[in-house]
Design a protein around this ligand. Structure first.
Ligand SMILES: C[S@@+](CC[C@H](N)C(=O)[O-])C[C@H]1O[C@@H](n2cnc3c(N)ncnc32)[C@H](O)[C@@H]1O
Length: 209
């Protein structure tokens, strides 16, 4: 099952299940990043159903996602079907780029970061939040065991077991953010951990002036 199929299949149930799985914390975690982004034009990469729209305030938001089914539920005024690896915008277009719970699904983090760097204006800021594994071998093992049990059960509860088994597999896809984002054209300002055992990570990066 490809990631495109996963999100097309679960679009209608996505927000509810995401909220259950994050114990209702998913918006709070998005907001720790959004609250540190500059005002002005903002690109939401992998915007999905637009769960973050209500916390963007008066920023001018462009929602980008490869899944038409997810975007159809997104009430942003500007919606664009594409992938992070290929952003159909001019250089230096956005003051901020945001991406939540998407990086595990990317085909190429390096290509996406190069594109984000290109479309940000000099001095612009990118904020990313995603799920991964906690830091530390024991916490990571505990979390790996817990998620392999909890995610299929939660998926079964909403008739999407296969999709959530797939999502569990993506949690091990990347190294920690400090390593994942160490070699991009942007300067890494800060990373921090959120959620139980710190299995959620967030990062802020800036385009050099
Ligand atoms: C877990 S959802 C997150 C949606 C939204 N950002 C949120 O916070 O609820 C992941 C989204 O990433 C999108 N996606 C998958 N591959 C992508 C890619 N290569 N570039 C951009 N978005 C992608 C999916 O279609 C899906 O809408």
């Amino acid at each position: 099952m490809s990631n495109g199929e996963v999100f097309t299949d679960i679009a209608a149930r996505y927000d509810r299940l995401n909220s259950i799985l994050s114990l209702g914390q998913d918006q709070k975690w998005r907001n720790t990043v959004v609250s540190r982004l500059p005002s002005g034009a903002l690109l939401d990469v992998g915007a999905g159903t637009g769960a973050a729209n209500e916390i963007f305030g008066d920023r001018e938001v462009v929602a980008l996602d490869p899944s038409l089914e997810m975007l159809a539920l997104n009430d942003a005024r500007h919606r664009v079907v594409s992938v992070g690896e290929r952003l159909p915008f001019d250089d230096d277009t956005f003051d901020a780029v945001f991406s939540a719970y998407v990086f595990r699904n990317l085909t190429s983090v390096d290509a996406t970061m190069a594109e984000i760097a290109r479309v940000l204006r000099p001095g612009g800021v990118a904020g990313i939040v995603d799920l991964g594994r906690p830091v530390g071998r024991i916490a990571s093992k505990v979390h790996r065991f817990g998620s392999s049990v909890v995610l299929p059960i939660a998926g079964m509860a909403v008739g999407a077991k296969e999709e959530y088994v797939y999502l569990n597999g993506t949690l091990d896809k990347h190294p920690p953010p400090e390593q994942l984002l160490s070699n991009t054209p942007l300067s890494l300002i800060e990373t921090w951990r959120l959620g139980p055992l710190g299995f959620v990570w967030a990062a802020l990066l800036q385009k050099p002036v």
